[in-house]
Design a protein around this ligand. Structure first.
Ligand code: NAD
Length: 417
């Protein structure tokens, strides 16, 4: 399971879950290969004139995993560790995610290996435009629709839309997660966190856990983590720990999230927030709490620390935060893991609403967005729960069984094999 750089392959890791589902569904080798492999991969070089006058060349990727169920859909990641293997893994998760929540998209992912915190706004703008032009021939409202992910934002999407529109004419539907003034959907910013909280509510109910007063620790306080923290308060959860790339903070009596959002906006980090003790990202994973939400980067719960997780349930708001080895350890210890393809699907669900609104040149209000999101996330959770009971499998196994079955079925009725 290693890449040619000797590191564990993220694509192989997520395929452990795919393979288990394919095995159980009785798929032959050819069918498995067809569903496992990305349909198309593009790597591009992106030269950028830096503010100091030098030229720097960045590596960018767009990987289109599967479009059997609809146009490719998936985020664009800006991160120093972004690489082809990781983006391939994330593109496949998008295929299973869109199938699981039954929205009419396939799966894709893209990214640029860069540290966005070290680039000026002008450099980011030029990088994004050149990247968009380099992958533009793959994109289209009915072909492939990017969105924000780790290290990118609604501003990044505005630049992508503008660069694409300069070639093709005004095309708001080419990306989702745009600013509302440019055709973005209200509620998109909070959608992934909100969806994660809806799923947490359903899971807590099944586990007989009262969310009111339940302690929740959240790793990552970006787009996903900060909204999860804010909305978890609506269930009465007590957010006792959060973190960002610089470290974490903890207070077992609960952290005032509204104040923390203000503090982070001013200081650029959660670290040092008054009334909290400093902890590391590693310590956060092992904290005494009821609900653990990894909402930062991949593989933060692994073979080394899974045996020290104390939460009753792990809610995967990030993509691929739990390795297969850790997944087995947690399951053996009776800790429920609610999988990424379900938990963080709220983002792509509201992206679907945004795309629909763009096609019809129409704007939904917040009440409609959140009500429809609640309906889709609750339905998806219930389908997973029913499959868990029917097949005596874990939540992740159930989610993959449902998703893989749906994609395979559509591939068959389209008749391309
Ligand atoms: P973001 O860039 O807004 O926030 C990421 C957070 O993680 C920040 O607080 C950052 O400081 C922290 N972080 C970065 N590196 C870290 C490290 N090494 N250790 C600990 N913390 C670290 O990104 P986001 O959009 O919130 O995405 C977070 C996760 O959720 C990713 O796995 C992403 O793929 C997934 N996701 C995001 C969306 C979305 O709508 N944004 C949708 C589905 C899934």
């Amino acid at each position: 399971m290693t890449t040619n750089h000797g590191v564990v392959s993220a694509f192989d890791e997520v395929n452990v879950f795919f393979d288990r589902a394919a095995e159980r569904l009785g798929f032959g080798d050819g069918q498995r290969e067809m569903l496992r492999r990305p349909w198309r991969e593009l790597q591009v070089s992106i030269p950028v004139r830096m503010d100091d006058g030098t030229i720097q060349v960045f590596a960018g990727y767009r990987i289109q995993h599967n479009a059997a169920r609809g146009p490719y859909k998936g985020g664009i990641r800006y991160h120093p560790d972004a690489n082809q293997d990781e983006i391939r893994a994330l593109s496949s998760l998008m295929t299973w995610k869109t199938a699981l929540v039954e929205i009419p998209f396939g799966g894709a992912k893209g990214g640029i290996q860069c540290d966005p915190r070290r680039l000026s706004e002008g450099e980011l703008n030029r990088l994004t435009r050149r990247f968009t032009v380099n992958i533009e021939h793959l994109l289209g409202v009915n072909r492939d629709i990017p969105a924000p992910d780790l290290g990118t934002s609604s501003q990044t999407m505005a630049w992508m839309m503008d660069a694409f529109s300069q070639i093709h004419g005004h095309t708001p539907g080419i990306v989702t997660g745009k600013p509302v003034e440019l055709g973005g959907s209200v509620g998109r910013d909070s959608a992934t966190g909100r969806g994660a909280v809806y799923v947490t509510r359903e899971a807590a109910n099944d586990l007989g856990m009262d969310p009111a007063g339940a302690r929740i620790a959240i790793q990552g306080f970006g787009q996903v983590g900060s909204w999860t923290a804010r909305i978890a308060g609506d269930l009465g959860c007590l957010v006792t720990a959060v973190s960002d790339v610089q470290g974490g903070i903890h207070n077992d009596r609960g952290i005032d999230i509204t104040e923390l959002v203000r503090y982070q906006a001013e200081s650029g980090t959660v670290v040092g927030f008054p009334g909290t003790e400093r902890i590391t990202n590693e310590e956060l994973i092992e904290l005494d709490c009821e609900i653990l939400v990894p909402a930062a980067i991949d593989r933060t719960i692994h073979g080394e620390n899974a045996s020290r997780v104390k939460a009753m349930v792990v809610v995967e708001a990030a993509n691929h935060p739990v390795t297969p080895e850790a997944d087995d350890i947690l399951n053996d210890r009776g800790i429920k893991v609610i999988p990424d393809v379900l938990v963080n699907a709220g983002g792509v669900v509201v992206s679907y609403f945004e795309w629909t609104q763009n096609l019809y040149q129409h704007q939904w209000d917040m009440g409609r967005v959140n009500a429809e999101l609640n309906k889709i996330m609750t339905r998806a959770y219930q389908s997973v729960r029913d499959r868990v009971a029917r097949d005596n499998v874990t939540h992740r196994e159930a989610a993959f069984l449902i998703a893989v079955e749906r994609v395979a079925h559509v591939a068959e009725i389209r008749g391309f094999i």
